[in-house]
Design a protein around this ligand. Structure first.
Ligand code: CLF
Ligand code: SF4
Length: 427
């Protein structure tokens, strides 16, 4: 088991870290960070997260007003860097998971690093893919990694994570929690053993993991983490925990004080947006939207487009020819309304099996809808009233259609636009 004492850490890195506004309490008044929202996908579903909300007045992780390609992210970085001298950190914090969209994360960092090798590069992840990607993180020179760890106990984890999608398969309950928690611990151990400064974010959820957090912190101490950041639950509308109480600062500080005997506590976190810019506490992201940049920068014209993710019920991929309740698999397409690419075949458990299984049907239907939670719309030949309603409650538009998939996708985007849905959301 890796056990690193601070003396073993690379001194040069510790000096550099004095310019990291999250890792250093002193730095947050002087230095700024930019979050580049290039990683929209996520491979797990936390019960406190709903990335579909895009409100410019809202500040919390998972929220962004735009999703960028690595090329646009570099252009945005150059723009911001020319305006904010004290910019010291480039962070990838979603709006999904930095590792679930590793290609984009890596390409963005490579592009910026090529011209700014001395900056601090920082990523934030749920840790599911750390065992696979930690060696690449080290090789790429990312020296600050945040992992969100909410539990060690799989029974507690099962209450926090709705599902985990790992190596093409969905897992639920304690099975899902076990995969995630095992991978988090293995990944953290690898990173700290390779000198990376690991910060752990934890969401304190009253009645779920609040009593368990001190145990988690003790374990993380053994793994050599640099700092832990215990954050309050912000109940997000539409998330499974939307009716949970917001954690009070008093309770939060008591817990932090208790844990401080084991690991240094971060106390100045601002629970930033995925496109936050500036010093902590003075978000300037609204000044640097790439849609504003479009007007003066022809090279970027028409490149910032909303991306839609649409699940299609189709037997062979040509026609929309299946009932929603009969589908055992959905083809997931992603595109901007004109051009779409197939990105995934997603297997689900069909729920419509006849009246005798009616009660069970409801649970199966809800599970099916949950597993499409990252989509903007579902296209199917028929969708029952209740299923449509449940989809709507999850922010997914259920669209009945019966022609080619290609024309159906365009139709779906037209309907979404007509509904004026804010769909520049997590894809
Ligand atoms: Fe961003 Fe996170 Fe890096 Fe900071 S944020 S990826 S470590 S550069 Fe910082 Fe914001 Fe809190 Fe995160 S204040 S939410 S801890
Ligand atoms: Fe949301 Fe992050 Fe959890 Fe993914 S890991 S579901 S983006 S909070």
């Amino acid at each position: 088991m890796a056990s690193i004492c601070p003396g073993m850490l690379n001194q040069e890195l510790l000096v550099k870290t004095k310019k990291h506004p999250c890792y250093s309490g002193e730095a947050h008044h002087k230095y700024a960070r930019i979050h580049l929202p290039v990683a929209p996908r996520c491979n797990i579903q936390c019960n406190y997260c709903n990335r579909k909300f895009d409100c410019v007045n809202e500040s919390r992780p998972g929220v962004t007003s735009e999703v960028l390609t690595p090329e646009l992210a570099k252009a945005k970085f150059d723009w911001v860097k020319s305006e904010i001298e004290e910019l010291s950190v480039v962070g990838i914090a979603g709006p999904g998971d930095a590792l679930a969209d590793w290609y984009n994360t890596k390409q963005t960092i490579l592009r910026i690093k090529a011209t700014n090798p001395d900056l601090i590069f920082c990523i934030s992840t749920n840790g599911l893919l750390l065992p696979e990607l930690a060696p690449e993180i080290v090789e790429l020179g990312i020296e600050h990694v945040t992992v969100t760890v909410n539990a060690l106990d799989v029974n507690i984890g099962a209450k926090i994570y709705q599902h985990v999608r790992y190596r093409g398969k969905y897992y639920f309950g304690t099975e899902a929690a076990k995969i995630l928690l095992d991978n988090q611990l293995a990944g953290i151990e690898y990173l700290t053993a390779h000198g990376i400064l690991v910060k752990i974010n934890m969401v304190m959820i009253k009645g779920i993991n609040d009593m368990h957090i001190p145990v988690v912190v003790k374990k993380l101490k053994q793994l050599g983490v640099f700092v832990t950041n215990i954050m309050p639950l912000i109940p997000a509308p539409g998330s499974a925990f939307e009716h949970f109480p917001q954690t009070s600062m008093k309770e939060l500080n008591e817990l932090r004080n208790r844990c401080a005997v084991d690991v240094e506590q971060m106390r100045h976190c601002q629970q930033c947006r995925a496109d936050a810019i500036g010093r902590l506490g003075e978000d300037r992201s609204a000044e640097f939207r790439m849609c504003q940049r479009q007007i003066t920068e022809p090279v970027l014209n028409n490149t910032v487009k909303r991306q839609y993710k649409i699940a299609v019920a189709s037997k062979y991929g040509k026609l929309v020819d299946l009932h929603f309740g009969h589908a055992e698999r959905f083809t997931i397409y992603q595109g901007d309304g004109q051009n779409f690419a197939e990105i995934e075949q997603r297997t689900v458990q069909k729920y419509c099996a006849g009246v005798e299984e009616c009660e069970e049907e409801e649970t199966k239907r809800d599970k099916m809808i949950e597993s499409l939670g990252d989509c903007d719309a579902v296209l199917a030949m028929r969708i029952g009233y209740h299923a449509k309603e449940r989809l709507r409650q999850k922010g997914i538009q259920g669209i009945e259609y019966c022609d080619t998939v290609e024309s159906g996708l365009r139709q779906a985007v037209q309907e979404l636009l007509a509904l004026n849905k804010s769909t520049a959301k997590a894809i």
